[in-house]
Design a protein around this ligand. Structure first.
Ligand SMILES: Cc1ncc(COP(=O)(O)O)c(C=O)c1O
Length: 486
């Protein structure tokens, strides 16, 4: 049919996770291999010489903004960059330097930054409607219907302000629906910064380590399970059965931290079976994977039907207020129960939630992604980048590990993201030096015109042509050739 594109899978091949996990273990078992000191000094000179305006702006910001930057993914080393412009595969800093942008705002812009056809729709809307009215707008309906077309398990959808809010709402609805309290997450996974889910963050087994300011009661019903440990998950579910039951198991379907700790292909199916056996709801946190793994998301790719789906990022195509929860009709009805007057209500709200601007942006971004086959194109770019990185690593005999789940590309050099509390002494000894090495890698890439996510992850987009990727690989090569012993 004219105008329609055949969607293929955005992941050409699921990585051999056994082999990757073996390589990652080998990386963390050995001492770090950082950049040579003389070369690192040269990379840092770039910032002093080329980024004066960024430095001035962010120094000034420190006086009125705690820490100077407000995004966890922003770089602070040696100092943050101020960004002026973003377009397609590139962004430009306040000093006019151009970078290949593999941060892509943390993942929402699979079409590339600032895709004109979406921008035009947003501008057109703003000519007539205010960005928010507090009343119903047709594009709320259109967006919910469109998401349902791509993800049939999302029978109903409630738009919210962020992925954090959506994950918080999902576990609230699961508790109301099941009447149970416990929620199990996978250690190291990120589901936003709500009180109950700020638990077992970054390093599996660390529980409340990052829960400063959160009362014990708020995380008291949250539990974590080590990544890929289905035996432990089963034991937790069994124990919980004796103590009032498990409301939900929430997973990032490609593995914690967007697949930094990758899961085997059948992991989600096995979690689904366990949830069914123990009467717990399965929540897929698709904030990153939603539409990045294909228009059907991770649930389409793995062929697993979650009870609830948490969405964010892509559902507004990079525009503000990106969050929403969807799923089985009878569970989703919990959000309306108070209004409808029947049953207990899972209370959610938000002055700006589901505003017309976010909804129209999301609606046209998703349509454009379908029309252009953006997830698949971005996935191919991710494959090309990964293969190129693997070749450099092999040629230079580095212990580093590159792997990808389509357009989610990982380049582990310091291994800091792979530590876990099964080896507490190692964490205490090595966390700081490994984290600093990751910062250095990020700064070195940046000095070569490459913006990455925290120096270890790259999101590719439809804008990443073969030429962009090959250019990026040359730049990565410059950095990787500067590593000790390379
Ligand atoms: C898997 C996952 N869930 C939830 C969130 C939180 O989303 P937001 O930053 O929109 O609150 C994120 C953010 O990066 C995420 O990666």
């Amino acid at each position: 049919m004219a105008g329609t594109t055949i969607q293929q899978c955005a992941i050409s091949e699921w990585p051999d996770t056994g082999e990757i996990n073996r390589q990652l273990k080998a990386l963390t078992d050995q001492p770090i291999r950082p950049i040579r000191r003389d070369r690192m000094q040269e990379f840092l000179t770039y910032f002093e010489q080329q980024c004066a305006r960024s430095k001035a702006l962010t120094d000034e910001a420190k006086k009125v903004i705690p820490g100077g930057v407000q995004h966890n993914l922003a770089f602070n080393y040696p100092f943050p960059l101020a960004v002026d412009r973003a377009e397609g595969a590139y962004l430009w800093d306040a000093d006019g330097n151009r970078y290949i942008d593999f941060l892509q705002a943390g993942g929402p812009t699979i079409l590339g930054s600032n895709w004109a056809p979406v921008r035009e729709q947003v501008l057109e809307l703003l000519r007539f409607s205010a960005p928010v009215t507090g009343l119903f707008h047709e594009y709320e309906l259109k967006l919910a219907q469109l998401i349902n077309r791509f993800m049939p398990a999302v029978e109903m959808f409630r738009m919210l302000g962020s992925g954090t809010e959506a994950a918080m709402a999902a576990i609230r609805a699961a508790r109301v629906f099941t009447g149970k309290k416990k929620v199990i997450k996978i250690g190291g996974a990120y589901h936003g910064w709500s009180d109950p889910l700020l638990y077992g963050l970054h390093i599996p087994g660390t529980g409340r380590r990052e829960a400063a300011g959160i009362p014990r009661g708020a995380t008291g019903q949250t539990q974590e399970c080590f990544p890929n440990d289905l035996g432990q998950l089963r034991r937790l579910l069994m124990l919980n059965r004796l103590r009032g039951g498990t409301a939900a198991v929430i997973v990032e379907p490609v593995g914690p931290e967007s697949g930094t700790r990758p899961v085997p292909y059948d992991f989600n199916q096995n979690v689904r079976k366990l949830c069914d056996e123990f009467g717990a709801l399965l929540i897929f946190d698709e904030v990153v994977t939603g539409f990045r793994l294909g228009m059907g998301g991770a649930q389409g790719y793995f062929g697993v039907t979650p009870d609830l789906t948490v969405l964010g990022k892509c559902i507004t195509g990079g525009y503000p207020m990106a969050g929403g929860v969807g799923g089985r009709r009878e569970v989703m009805q919990c959000f309306a129960a108070g209004i409808g007057g029947s049953g207990e209500r899972a209370y959610v709200g938000g002055t700006l939630s589901a505003n017309p601007l976010s909804c129209i942006a999301g609606y046209y971004a998703l349509l454009e992604m379908e029309r252009t086959n953006a997830p698949v194109i971005a996935g191919h770019a991710g494959d090309r980048l990964t293969k190129g990185l693997q070749a450099i690593i092999e040629q230079r005999r580095l212990p580093y590990v590159a792997y990808n789940q389509g357009s989610i590309v990982h380049l582990e050099t310091s291994g800091v993201m792979l530590l876990d509390l099964r080896h507490p002494l190692k964490v205490m000894r090595e966390l700081k030096p490994r984290r600093h090495m990751m910062e250095e890698m990020g700064a070195a890439y940046m000095s070569q015109g490459l913006v990455t996510l925290a120096g270890s992850r790259m999101y590719t987009s439809m804008a990443d042509t073969d030429d962009v990727i090959d250019d990026a690989l040359n730049r990565f090569e410059t950095v990787l050739a500067s590593v000790e012993g390379a």
